[in-house]
Design a protein around this ligand. Structure first.
Ligand code: AHG
Ligand code: MN
Ligand code: MN
Length: 314
């Protein structure tokens, strides 16, 4: 990592200009920029951790690394400092945290460091953010005005959407986010699939759908990190990511509020879609913070086909 990346005084003119040209409202622009810059701090922590898996348990009884905690703390502090955020809902916190004075415009959801258990094997991880203009409970995805994710891989990249397409930026050696893909568009049909959960735990409808994809010659591309796996579908312009209902976990593994709805927002902005097999992910109401949900997300053809299989029409 060059010194530039950790130079927090850089302004990422390209990113700011892009949002300004796209007509993104001033406070939202500043907020997205602030979160992108926070990615540099989180990345510095990943380097500092020296790939150590220090164990705690999170509120869901899952292994939580000190890295998860640090990423959460960094993000919360930066958002508080921005002055634009009223409440912060994080996968790492049991409750929504009030971080503003009550007058700020935005409500944030965060998975501060998704895939942190991949740190020892040096696979990519990511930060997932949803930005809402109202409280995050109740209307689910309908209150979302923007979403973004950051990937910590061989390069740090950031994809954002403020409802006007999905755009990717790469953090360069000088520490500036530079536009790399404007208006990412998915093809109607892709050629890769990515899927979690053990085969022996899948339900028969899902198994038949996967057999269909395999027979059609789709290539398996799964890293076990939600952010890079979704990013692959986006940047390769098509395909599908799925984490299905499991026999003992009918709601699957991934979380609606922190993980699925922000990615569904971005995917829709790129011309793709996201479903739980029956309903659109963004139309689902969020009743509790940790709510899980099966997901089929990516190109329209593959998601529609998944719905046919899951609803027993195939
Ligand atoms: P988190 O690190 O926030 O707990 O999430 C990990 C997720 C996600 O990155 C990935 O898609 C999924 O867990 C992988 O699950 P499996 O290990 O069951 O494949
Ligand atoms: Mn996660
Ligand atoms: Mn997490």
């Amino acid at each position: 990592m060059g010194e530039g990346i950790c130079d927090y005084t850089k302004f990422s003119v390209d990113l700011r200009r892009h949002m300004w040209m796209a007509g993104v409202e001033t406070e939202l622009r500043r907020l997205i920029w602030q979160i992108a810059v926070t990615g540099k701090y989180i990345s510095a922590k990943i380097h500092e951790s020296n790939r150590k898996l220090a164990g705690f348990q999170n509120i869901y009884g899952e292994d939580q690394l000190s890295l998860d905690r640090s990423a959460d703390e960094i993000l919360k502090n930066q958002l508080q400092f921005s002055g634009f955020v009223r409440e912060y809902a994080s996968e790492e916190q049991a409750q929504v945290v009030k971080i503003g004075t009550g007058k700020e415009k935005y409500f944030i959801t965060a998975d501060p460091l998704d895939g942190s258990s991949l740190v020892d094997s040096n696979l990519s991880m990511g930060t997932i953010i949803g930005i809402h203009h109202e409280k995050v409970f109740g209307e689910g995805g309908k209150t979302m005005v923007a979403a973004l994710y950051i990937t910590y891989g061989p390069l740090i990249t950031m994809v954002y959407s403020a409802g006007k397409g999905a755009h990717e930026f790469v953090l360069n050696r000088e520490g500036e986010y530079v536009l790399s893909h404007e208006n990412i568009r998915l093809k109607e049909r892709g050629s890769i699939y990515s899927l979690g959960g053990l085969r022996r735990d899948w339900l028969p409808e899902h198994l038949r759908y996967v057999e269909y994809l395999e027979a059609e010659g789709y290539k398996l591309r799964y890293s076990g990190g939600f952010v890079p796996d979704i990013n692959q579908v986006l940047i390769k312009n098509g395909g599908i990511f799925m984490y299905p209902a499991l026999k003992k976990e009918p709601k699957g593994k991934l979380r609606l509020l922190f993980e699925l709805q922000p990615m569904a927002f971005i995917m829709e902005q790129a011309g793709g879609c996201a479903s739980n097999g029956v309903e659109d992910i963004l139309s689902l109401k969020v009743e509790d913070l940790g709510q899980r949900c099966p997901i089929y997300i990516g190109s329209r053809f593959e998601v529609d086909k998944a719905k046919e299989y899951l609803q027993g029409k195939n």
